[in-house]
Design a protein around this ligand. Structure first.
Ligand code: AMP
Length: 548
């Protein structure tokens, strides 16, 4: 029998359509940016769309052809936003590079991606000058500034001025429509082991991810929101917020490189920000600043915290002291990045506040589009009972199938289907809420039993004298590994090893309490603000735990 086909319009899902929609239906909604130069720039979606079109023309004039990579080394700002659309929208691939990586890693990544154009914020000029001779594929270097700020006498050959490129075009350009599976952007994983690997997103995967993100139980944002992504646009596309804001018509506020507590607080207040997103470490700075000055947020009502586990103490502080709802989220570069978010179900309405909190502290439930399983080392599914924990695998249209130019498949078979192994260890409860216990590499294995480093860190962070804490495995002659807690005290706070360990009594099983505490002035972080466990383990590899 002949199959009956649907008779709907064939419209490929295009990233450019997000900005066209915003320009047509939310034309006067603002995009406000704190620039590298320190001043504030403001314009509208209509302005942004026109300039993105001119940029697309400029890229073509530079000789870019479909599939060519346009790299960025840039903070969150309107020019970076224009590149997202000008590049992807004209069939080029936007490659955001994390400027906090080591210069050798940046060069390696740019060469691996064979970037043709490199656009950069002016404060990265010394870095780019140093790297330029190693970037053999880059044909054009573009400084993201106006003519008056162009550096004189730079060693970069033929350095171009961003504003000149835009001003040189007339904007008479129609966004092309092409196969929605075409690559739109590339992000490299942070690569804690081995070289970083590229995740290549498509127009289709990005649009589907954006729809999912905007759902009420996703980030739940709308046209009344003012969104300030603290998460950088070089960290998995600022978790999709530069796509979601135009889709829903929300005002966007970009903080540039000004990410300290004071700058963020002042920008949030001045621009009436209602919604934000970032890793736990940036909230530490913001909370400290607000607490020190006894300040409140007058408009900020919700924030997504993810990228690493949000300590429950941080959630409570934000909610109780500042009336800011925390949406705990989990995801990864390979997932565009969103996988799960913590939101309640109707059946939880009757629970008391404490019980609701315990649910919301988990990494949450999947957004439709992503599915998950936990499996044991033999690939068998584990029960969803909130107790069994195993390797977390995921699948969905915004989850990668392979890495850029890597022939080997990262996928594993579970029940006859392909799944992506996240490298995280998690439990899933009967209501389908997922809780991460660890990165598989970070689990502490004591006498064959697993101790969750995240559990230990969450407890330690609840102590009023603790600014930051990390739990790592330390070699132990009898138990193989035992936990060592590394602690940064709050400035001026008093805390002894005994007091810290005593704080764990009654909060966790006795055998899981760390064996020792090391006080340090700083905990190392990765380029995306996560605790660098590998480095910590190296630093403490000769640490001798007390023997009793
Ligand atoms: P990246 O691809 O660099 O964003 O790193 C992704 C990894 O960060 C995940 O696989 C997790 O190990 C970790 N991660 C992200 N969000 C969370 C979270 N809410 N809780 C615990 N770990 C997280």
């Amino acid at each position: 029998m002949a199959r009956l086909m649907g008779q709907m319009m064939q419209m490929p899902l295009m990233i450019s359509s997000l900005l066209v929609h915003a320009a047509r239906h939310h034309g006067d909604t603002e995009i406000v940016s704190k620039r590298v130069e320190g001043d504030i720039h403001r314009y509208t979606y209509q302005d942004a769309e026109l300039r993105a079109r001119k940029l697309a023309q400029a890229f073509a004039r530079l000789g870019c052809e479909p599939g060519d990579r346009v790299a960025t080394l840039a903070w969150n700002g309107y020019r970076h936003f224009e590149i997202y659309y000008g590049a992807s929208g004209s069939e080029l691939v936007c490659h955001t590079i994390n400027p906090r990586l080591f210069p050798e890693q940046i060069a390696w990544i740019a060469n691996d991606a064979a970037d043709k154009v490199l656009c950069f914020d002016l404060n990265f000029l010394p870095l780019v000058e140093k790297l330029a001779p190693q970037l053999s594929s880059v044909k054009h270097f573009v400084a993201m500034v106006g003519r008056s700020h162009m550096p004189a006498g730079s060693s970069i050959p033929g350095l171009l001025c961003y504003e000149d490129l835009v001003d040189g075009e007339d904007g008479v350009y129609r966004w092309p429509e092409f196969d929605e599976n075409t690559a739109s952007s590339i992000c490299y994983t942070s690569g804690t082991t081995g070289n970083p690997k590229g995740a290549v997103y498509s127009h289709r995967s990005t649009l589907l991810h954006t729809y999912g993100l905007a759902l009420p139980d996703g980030m739940g944002v709308g046209a009344k929101d003012v969104i300030l992504p603290v998460v950088p646009m070089f960290h998995v596309n600022a978790w999709g917020t530069p796509y979601a804001a135009p889709m829903i018509g929300a005002k966007l506020v970009f903080p540039g490189p000004h990410l300290d507590g004071k700058s963020l607080y002042e920008l949030m207040e001045a621009e009436k920000v209602t919604f934000s997103a970032g890793v736990p470490t940036v909230w530490l700075g913001l909370i400290n600043f607000a607490q020190a000055g006894k300040l409140k947020f007058s408009t900020l009502r919700r924030t997504v915290i993810g990228g690493s586990a949000c300590p429950p103490a941080m959630m409570r502080t934000l909610e109780d002291e500042f009336d800011v709802e925390v949406i705990h989220a989990w995801g990864m570069t390979e997932m565009s990045p969103l996988g799960t978010l913590s939101k309640l179900k109707a059946k939880h309405a009757s629970l008391d506040a404490e019980a609701q909190r315990r649910i919301l502290e988990k990494q949450g439930k999947v957004i439709f589009g992503v599915d998950m399983e936990i499996i044991d080392d033999d690939g068998a599914s584990l029960p969803w009972d909130g107790k069994a924990s195993g390797n977390l695998v995921v699948r969905g249209p915004w989850v990668i199938q392979s890495y850029y130019q890597r022939p080997e498949s990262p996928l594993v078979k579970v029940n006859g289907r392909d799944w992506f192994p996240t490298g995280d260890v998690a439990a899933i409860d009967a209501d389908a809420y997922m809780q991460i216990t660890d990165r598989s590499k970070d689990v502490i294995k004591s006498g064959g039993e697993w101790i969750s480093s995240i559990d230990l860190e969450n407890i330690a962070m609840g102590h009023p004298a603790v600014l930051e804490a990390a739990a790592i495995a330390c070699r132990h002659p009898k138990w193989d590994e035992r936990p060592l807690l590394v602690v940064v005290k709050k400035p001026g706070a008093d805390l002894t090893r005994e007091q810290m360990l005593g704080y764990f009594e009654g909060r966790i099983a006795k055998w899981q309490i760390p064996d020792d505490v090391a006080f340090v002035s700083e905990i190392p972080h990765t380029a995306t603000g996560k605790i660098q466990k590998l480095k910590l383990r190296e630093l403490f590899k000769d640490h001798r735990l007390p023997t009793n």
